[in-house]
Write a protein that binds this ligand. Structure first.
Ligand code: NAD
Length: 421
C-alpha cells in the first residue's frame, strides 16, 4: 500500500481510495473499470438560503454524491455537521456502493451532507433547512434514483420532512423516497435498531469463527448514539459484558459490566452519560484502548490512527462507524493480529433494513418485526461468511476481502450492462 502523509491518512477519501486501489490491484481489475469505479459518478453542490428565527437569511452549503448506480438506485444517508466536506461525502458515498454490494442488495451508493451546526439551530430552522435542501435535490433523488436515509445528526423526523417535501413536489405521497422514516408513514419495524443489531450479529459470527466464548466477552463502545446504544443494549441482552462506553465529553468504565438499560434511561433524562452512578468516570481517549475482547467504534471517522493504534488492546475491532480506522492503522492492526470486522460489513445492518423498508413501501405491505430481524440475521451472517472465505482464499485481511468481494460484484454488473455510448 502507498505511504500516506498524516493529512492524507485522515482524509476519508484518500483512505477509501487507498483500500480501493489495493483491492482492485489484487483482483487484477480491468484498467477501464478501475477508472469507472475509482471516482463518483455524480456530485451535486448546492448553496441555498434559509430564513432563520431572528429574521436573518443564512446560506448553507449542501452536497449529494452518487458514487454508483450500477446495481440499482443510489442509497445513502444525509449528515448534518459543521465539518462536512465534499471529500468526506465522496468517501461515504463510495463506501455505500461497497457496503450494498457486500450484503448483495440491489442498490448503488450515495451520501449527502449539509454544513451546519444542528446543536445551535431551532427545530423550525432545521425543518426549513431540510425542506429547502430537499427541494434543491429534487431531480436528483427518488425511489428509483437515489434514496437518502439518516446519518449523523439526522433522524426519523428529518426523513419525514424530506418525504413530505418530495411528495409535495410530486403532488402525491411517495414514501419510498427515503428510508429511516417514522413507522406510521412507511417506516419499517426494526429499522431503528438494525445497525446495532447487525453489529451484534457479526460479533457473534466472529466469536464463532475465532472459537471464543460470548458469555462475559468484554466490549468497549465509542459513541452512545443510535448505533452504539442499540449495539450495547442488544449485545448486553445476549450475554456480552459492556465494560466501557466512550462519549465525546467523557467515558464510563465498569469491569463488572455497565447496565445499558439504566444508562439509556439516564442519558434520556440528563442528555449525557456523564455522572451515571453505575460506572466510574474514564478518559474517553484512553478508554477506547483499554483491555477488552471487542472494541466497537460507533461514533465517527479516524478514531484508530497511526498515533494510537499500537496501544489498542482489543482482540476484535467491529466498526460500527464508517471509516473509524485509517489505512495506516489497518496495517498496524494486521501486524498485531487484531481481527477487524470492516465498516462495509459490520454496519451494513442499517442499509439492509433500509432495503427492507424500501421494498415494503413499494409493496404497500408491512412485515412483522420478527420477519425483519430474521431476514437481517440471515443476510449478515451469510455476508460475514462470504467475506472471511474471500479473505482465506486470497490471503488478504477482512477489509481488503470485503472490498474485493464488492468490487468484483459491481464490476461484473457493469461489464454485463456494458458501457452506454
Ligand atoms: P448518532 O449521531 O446517533 O450518534 C453518534 C454518537 O457518537 C453521539 O452520541 C455522539 O455524541 C458520539 N460522538 C461523536 N463524536 C465522538 C467522539 N469523537 N468520541 C466519542 N463519541 C463521539 O450517529 P449514529 O447514527 O449512531 O452514527 C454513528 C456512526 O455510525 C457514523 O459513522 C455513521 O455514519 C455510522 N452509521 C450509522 C448508521 C445508522 O443506521 N444510524 C448506519 C451505518 C453507519
Amino acid at each position: 500500500m502507498q505511504t500516506l502523509t498524516l493529512e492524507q491518512e485522515i482524509n476519508p477519501w484518500e483512505a477509501q481510495a487507498a483500500r480501493f486501489d489495493f483491492a482492485a490491484q489484487k483482483l487484477n481489475l480491468d484498467d477501464g473499470l478501475w477508472k469507472v469505479l475509482r471516482y463518483p459518478a455524480r456530485e451535486l453542490i448546492v448553496h441555498f438560503p434559509v430564513s432563520m428565527d431572528d429574521g436573518s437569511i443564512e446560506v448553507f452549503t449542501g452536497y449529494r454524491v452518487q458514487h454508483s448506480i450500477a446495481r440499482g438506485p443510489a442509497k445513502g444517508g444525509i449528515r448534518y455537521a459543521p465539518d462536512v466536506t465534499l471529500d468526506e461525502v465522496r468517501a461515504l458515498a463510495s463506501w455505500m456502493t461497497w457496503k450494498c454490494a457486500v450484503v448483495n442488495i440491489p442498490f448503488g451508493g450515495a451520501k449527502g451532507g449539509v454544513i451546519c451546526d444542528p446543536k445551535k439551530m431551532s427545530i423550525g430552522e432545521l425543518e426549513r433547512m431540510t425542506r429547502r435542501y430537499t427541494a434543491e435535490l429534487i431531480e436528483f433523488i427518488g425511489p428509483e434514483k437515489d434514496v437518502p436515509a439518516p446519518d449523523m445528526n439526522t433522524n426519523e423526523q428529518v426523513m419525514a420532512w424530506i418525504m413530505d417535501t418530495y411528495s409535495m413536489h410530486m403532488r402525491q405521497t411517495v414514501t419510498a423516497v427515503v428510508t429511516g422514516k417514522p413507522l406510521n408513514i412507511g417506516g419499517s419495524r426494526g429499522r431503528r435498531e438494525a445497525t446495532g443489531r447487525g453489529i451484534g450479529i457479526v460479533c457473534d459470527e466472529a466469536l464463532r469463527y475465532l472459537h471464543l466464548q460470548r458469555d462475559g466477552c468484554r466490549v468497549i463502545i465509542q459513541g452512545f448514539g443510535n448505533v452504539g446504544s442499540n449495539a450495547a443494549k442488544l449485545m448486553m441482552d445476549k450475554g456480552y459484558k459492556i465494560v466501557g462506553i466512550a462519549e465525546y465529553d467523557g467515558g464510563l468504565y465498569n469491569t463488572n459490566g455497565i447496565d445499558i438499560h439504566q444508562l439509556v434511561e439516564y442519558r434520556q433524562r440528563n442528555g449525557t452519560v456523564l455522572g451515571f452512578k453505575g460506572a466510574e468516570a474514564a478518559d474517553p481517549q484512553e478508554l477506547i484502548l483499554e483491555e477488552c475482547e471487542i472494541f466497537i467504534p460507533a461514533a465517527t471517522e479516524n478514531v484508530l490512527t497511526s498515533r494510537n493504534v499500537d496501544r489498542l488492546k482489543a482482540k476484535i475491532v467491529c466498526e460500527g462507524a464508517n471509516g473509524p480506522t485509517t489505512a495506516v492503522a489497518d496495517e498496524i492492526l494486521a501486524d498485531k493480529k487484531v481481527f477487524v470486522i470492516p465498516d462495509i460489513l459490520a454496519n451494513a445492518g442499517g442499509v439492509t433494513a433500509s432495503y427492507f423498508e424500501w421494498v415494503q413501501d413499494r409493496q404497500g405491505y408491512f412485515w412483522k418485526e420478527s420477519v425483519v430481524n430474521e431476514q437481517l440475521e440471515s443476510i449478515l451472517a451469510e455476508s460475514f461468511d462470504d467475506v472471511v472465505r474471500y479473505s482465506e482464499a486470497h490471503g488478504v485481511n477482512n477489509r481488503i476481502a470485503a472490498y474485493m468481494l464488492a468490487i468484483d460484484r459491481v464490476s461484473f454488473t457493469i461489464k454485463q450492462r456494458g458501457i452506454y455510448a
